[in-house]
Ligand binder design. Structure first.
Ligand code: CA
Length: 231
């Protein structure tokens, strides 16, 4: 089986450290993009599916921890490893509370960063699984394949993305903004009813395939996937 390189987003404004880390990550088999500001990081995260983020806390336009809180408040669970030059236990505790999965204190050793990233990715794969299921619907997140009742169904990539967001929230409401961020990059013009259109399509396909799950609208908030009651 072919393994696509794990794509990492590096958020760091120290260019010297950036080139060092990019070289090290690539040597270790990761592919990596780098951005130097919180604004660019938000844009990158909204447009590309990253396996993990390496986040410097001291960014020029926003505090890294505030950025991290924003990411988590959007329901984005991308694994994030925080790099901090700050001393003291309290910053690290604050970082983890803000939603970081792990942290490293600068100056850091490349081998340790790679080891921590690999551990993080293993954990997140175990946690999220490669197959998300509810009722008779299953989504293989690697192969991007949807099966309903054991039969592979032709879902478009955006329909699959909508379904993935709903499945990952399993039983919780997925805010509308989450769909907008995932479906359309920040640069795209998003029509006011674009998300509704995809939700509508997904509902129709699920019904046509005989799925035992339904997409519910939570007015003013977002959408939720649940098993249908009754036959
Ligand atoms: Ca910095």
């Amino acid at each position: 089986m072919e393994n696509a390189p794990m794509r990492i987003l590096l958020v760091e404004d120290n260019q010297e450290l950036v080139s060092l880390l990019l070289r090290g990550l690539k040597r270790s088999g990761f592919s990596a993009d780098s951005v130097a500001t919180a604004g660019d990081a938000a844009h990158a995260l909204a447009t590309v599916r990253y396996a993990a983020v390496v986040l410097d806390l001291g960014l020029p336009d926003q505090d890294g921890l505030a950025w991290l809180r924003d990411v988590r408040s959007r329901g984005d669970s991308t694994p994030i490893l925080v790099l901090t030059a700050r001393d003291g236990v309290s910053d690290r505790v604050t970082g983890l509370r803000a939603g970081a999965d792990d942290y490293l204190v600068k100056p850091l050793a490349m081998e340790e960063l790679v080891a921590r990233l690999r551990a993080l990715l293993r954990r997140s794969n175990n946690l999220l699984g490669q197959c998300l299921t509810l009722g008779n619907v299953a989504l293989d997140t690697e192969g991007r394949q949807v099966t309903v009742g054991g039969t592979v169904r032709p879902f478009s990539s955006r329909e699959t993305a909508v379904l993935e967001i709903l499945l990952r929230r399993c039983g919780n409401v997925a805010p509308k903004r989450l769909f907008e961020d995932h479906l359309f990059g920040l640069s795209d013009e998003v029509g006011s009813n674009a998300v509704e259109v995809y939700i509508h399509r997904l509902r129709r396909i699920l019904a046509d395939c005989g799925a035992t799950v339904q997409v519910h609208t939570v007015r003013g908030v977002g959408y939720m996937l649940a098993e249908a009651k009754g036959p």
